[in-house]
Design a protein around this ligand. Structure first.
Ligand code: ACO
Length: 314
């Protein structure tokens, strides 16, 4: 097949809502500071006994149901995650068990917050090569497991959740060529350090400056590879790290007013590799982006890494 397309989407978020006022009772912060510096109002936090596999399987089960496919149709499962604590079996293999998918190749992929867009590119390449006909591509994170709840500079940012896409081989190119890479000069800017317990640390201002400087050109590059300009897009779903970052990048792209911009960070916080599929799935579920219209997916994170592509909205 010459291409692939996103056939269906699904997402899952844990029930518990953690507000900025809740956080102000835990560390020296305020609703006003968090909203002004990040745009975040709430985030979802998984229950103690709820694992990355639970989140991933819930989102993937919904996407599979929407697609109308049978579990046996899925030939490839890949889960983008950086917060999963179990190393083996992979989260993807566990999802295969939960959804009774009989014989798919199943593996996890860690490219930090850029993981989902990286996994979409990998699955698209595999489908084009004929290695499978249908793939489940999932971004799932339990960031609360790797959060230092005494560090106000990071604990206010992170949330838990999962999003999933069913990708199917197709005669049209519903997944555009990927723009991806990494900047090794800033490989220490976002890390999971593991001294007493794995915890997320970052040089916030370094990442902020890098993203607001570099991401607009990467967005234009991904559009160019798909034969489009940013003005041709119906929607744009960037990694949901900070509303100020999203708005700064959008300003530089000079988009028409009717382009839909995902701002799920306000409700969900930063869910790392889950943020792009979570935001995209919500937008399509609400019918905010018309079917068959072009949407730019664009993610960045630890590495510093980036990956993005134009996809056709299911
Ligand atoms: N509440 C109140 N004050 C705070 C808080 C808080 N939660 N956190 C930090 N502060 C204080 C700091 O201590 C500092 O105080 P000081 O001036 O007395 O030293 C002051 O606020 C300013 O701190 P900065 O770190 O300069 O705040 P900034 O405006 O840069 O915002 C933020 C921090 C939100 C992290 C921002 O830098 C950012 O979003 N960076 C990009 C992060 C990113 O995109 N990461 C993505 C990759 S990783 C991933 O997505 C999983």
């Amino acid at each position: 097949m010459p291409g692939s397309r996103i056939a269906a989407l699904g997402h899952y978020q844990p029930a518990h809502v953690l507000t900025n006022d809740d956080l102000a009772g835990m560390v020296d912060t305020s609703d006003d500071w968090i909203r002004r510096r990040t745009g975040i109002a709430t985030r979802r936090i998984a229950a103690q006994d709820e694992s990355v596999t639970d989140l991933a399987a819930a989102a993937a089960g919904k996407a599979l149901a929407v697609s109308g496919l049978q579990p046996s149709d899925i030939g490839l499962i890949t889960v983008a995650t950086c917060s999963a604590v179990d190393r083996c079996p992979s989260i993807a293999a566990q999802v295969a068990g939960r959804l009774a998918i009989p014989s798919a190749v199943a593996y996890d992929l860690n490219n930090g917050c850029a993981g989902f867009c990286t996994a979409i590119a990998g699955a698209d390449h595999a489908l084009r090569a004929g290695a499978a006909r249908h793939a489940l591509v999932i971004g799932a994170e339990k960031m609360s497991d790797v959060t230092d709840w005494s560090d106000r500079s990071t604990c206010v940012l992170l949330g838990d959740g999962a999003g999933a896409a069913v990708l199917s081989a197709d005669e049209n190119e519903g997944v555009g060529p990927v723009a991806w890479g990494s900047d090794p000069t800033r490989s220490d800017a976002v890390r999971l350090v593991d001294d007493w317990h794995p915890r997320f640390v970052q040089e916030g201002q370094t990442v902020f400056r890098w993203v607001t400087t570099e991401l607009p050109a990467i967005a234009r590059d991904a559009c160019h590879r798909a034969g489009l300009t940013p003005a041709d897009l119906a929607g744009i779903v960037t990694h949901q790290a900070n509303l100020r970052i999203i708005e700064a990048v959008i300003r530089q792209l000079d988009l028409p007013k009717d382009v839909i911009v995902a701002k799920d960070v306000v409700d969900s916080g930063n869910t790392s590799a889950a943020s792009v599929p979570l935001a995209l799935s919500k937008l399509t579920e609400r019918g905010d982006i018309p079917s068959d219209s072009p949407v730019l997916l664009l993610a960045f994170g630890g590495g510093l890494s980036w990956a993005g592509q134009v996809v056709t909205c299911p």
